[in-house]
Design a protein around this ligand. Structure first.
Ligand code: GDP
Length: 528
């Protein structure tokens, strides 16, 4: 098969949702269609369990699951579908943000009763900023929930989307009778049988046909006709280009648990979802069809076995063909590396592959060369963009608790930061190290892993910081900037890349500082 055909076959996407909306359940059902797993319950939930026996065990359990579910690939209707796992827990939001740089589209799962929840809002915002094509799946239609139109309104308002339903529910909860598939123009009836098997749908080009009453009863038929009329009136017609440009989001309804409405979603998805898209680097836009291989690291996973220090770096292939045992340029280190056992991932196994194509993810064994965001090429010097660091929300000093192990401590911190577990800042004034994280859980992860993987001990000390902002001076020789640096010296630090960061202890300080030094720009992400 040619490179072009391989690219056309691939659909690489992520499922995003607030915890409990049904991401794991939906993933599992999607895999069933690919024949990738035999029975339900095969996809492990990557949720943080409340009340787990110990936090350490929970962290280890999480890490184990995280590597097992990083990429789940399967073939459906001759398409190679790669699902990239995105943790839902807010403490791991940064992980999810980074994974979103490697997907070509997403499916957003929303609980019909809970509607748009906090985590969904954050994740969708990131997708919206990047114009990632999104399909919305309203889940749990077998339960009582919000009215479909109200929910569509909520999705538009809270998520800033423009939606168009491609399926529409017939009733809900106790009265859930099925869905009308606007996309294929047919009806799928929800019944005891449909909970066990994928049932035949009933073609229904014209909902005004009197047969509709036979299938769903008079009352439901009348309501459906009225509602569909409203759907056609109120919502824009589906337009694939607008969807691909991130301007229009199709919506499906269903029940993942009952595997209902999922086929409709998947069939439409393989039809309309984008294959691997061109990607911007610091020098140019790279097209997947280019002959030469390029790719970037979006995730690093440390070995679970402390005796083996090697890690797995997950590379998204952007262009060309990635080949085993071929030297590639690690651009940041200006070093050629080759890989004898690149891993490809499937839902039920991982295996060593000789060749991989754009859209695919390969796992490369790494002894410490990679950090998140690194680019690999056949020799071209360029770096892929789009993995900013976000301003952390928790800050603590980190202290060495075992002076004999300081080397181990610094190596450990260095590697954990490369993995993207947290961010390290060094205070300008006294060189003290500060760890910034998105969630409090990360401090436990770091402490535990430093001890078990590097043999080092650390303690933390609280630090009152509200936000860390990246400093961007219009002109470094300007007096205002010099004064800013002098006055705020105590609150300045450098991040790992050597970029200057301002620690604001409150929102008020932040505002005052910005007012006082208008030419000094303060940013909440490292990329500006
Ligand atoms: P995640 O946190 O988004 O991965 O959510 P899960 O897939 O783990 O689902 C959370 C809970 O909702 C589980 O108890 C599921 O069994 C349940 N659930 C998922 N889909 C449905 C559905 O369609 N209907 C009902 N009633 N429950 C569902």
């Amino acid at each position: 098969m040619s490179l072009l055909e391989e690219i056309a076959k691939r659909r690489t996407f992520g499922i995003i949702s607030h915890p409990d909306a049904g991401k794991t359940t939906l993933t599992e059902k999607l895999l069933l269609f690919g024949g990738a797993i035999q029975e339900a319950g095969a996809v492990k939930s990557n949720k943080i369990k409340k009340g787990a026996t110990s936090d350490f065990m929970e962290i280890e359990r999480q890490r184990g699951i995280s590597v097992a579910t990083s990429v789940l690939a399967f073939i459906y209707k001759d398409k190679k579908i790669n699902i990239l796992d995105t943790p839902g827990h807010k403490d791991f939001a940064e992980d999810t943000f980074r994974t979103l740089t490697a997907v070509d589209s997403v499916i957003v799962v929303i609980d019909v009763a809970k509607g748009v929840e906090a985590q969904t809002e954050k994740l969708v915002e990131v997708c919206r900023m990047r114009n990632i094509p999104m399909i919305v799946f309203i889940n749990k239609m077998d339960r009582e929930g919000k009215d479909a139109f109200d929910l569509l309104d909520e999705v538009e308002q809270k998520l800033g989307l423009t939606v168009t339903p491609l399926s529409f529910p017939i009733g809900m909860g106790y009265n859930f009778k099925g869905i009308y598939n606007v996309w294929e123009k047919n009806i799928n009836l929800f019944s005891e049988e449909s909970k066990q098997h994928i049932t035949e749908t009933i073609a229904f080009d014209d909902v005004n046909h009197p047969d509709l009453e036979k299938h769903i009863g008079e009352e439901a038929a009348e309501t459906l006709r009225e509602e569909l009329e409203l759907v056609y009136e109120v919502y824009p017609e589906f337009n694939q280009q607008e969807y691909l440009d991130g301007q229009l989001q199709p919506v499906f309804f269903g029940s993942a648990l009952n595997n209902f409405g999922v086929r409709e979603l998947l069939d439409c998805f393989v039809d309309i979802a984008p294959n691997p898209r061109p990607k911007e680097s610091d020098t140019r836009i790279v097209d997947p069809q280019e002959k030469k291989f390029t790719g970037f690291v979006f995730k690093i996973h440390a070995n679970m076995d402390p005796k083996h220090r090697d890690r797995l770096a997950f590379i998204k292939i952007v262009s060309g063909i990635f080949k085993r045992n071929t030297p590639y340029l690690h651009v940041r280190n200006n070093k050629k590396l080759k890989f004898s056992s690149p891993n490809a991932f499937f839902a039920d196994k991982k295996e060593i592959v000789d060749e991989s194509y754009p859209g695919d993810i390969v796992g490369l064994h790494d002894t410490g060369n990679f950090k998140i965001g690194d680019t690999l090429t056949e020799g071209e010097v360029m770096n892929y963009r789009g993995i900013p660091s976000f301003s952390p929300e928790h800050f603590r000093y980190i202290n060495n608790a075992d002076p004999l192990k300081s080397k181990q401590l610094y190596k450990g911190i260095d590697q954990l930061m490369d993995e993207g577990v947290a961010q390290l800042f060094t205070l300008e004034l006294n060189g003290r190290k500060v760890i910034g994280t998105v969630g409090a859980l990360q401090y436990e992860v770091i402490q535990y892993r430093l001890e078990h993987e590097y043999g080092a001990k650390c303690t933390y000390e609280n630090l009152n910081v509200h936000k860390a902002c990246w400093v961007d001076a219009e002109d470094e020789s300007n007096e205002e900037y010099k004064e800013f640096k002098r006055v705020k010296q105590k609150f300045l630090a450098k991040d790992k890349q050597g970029q200057l960061v301002f620690f604001a202890d409150s929102m008020f300080t932040l505002q005052m500082t910005q007012q006082k030094y208008p030419t000094v720009k303060l940013h909440f992400t490292s990329e500006f």
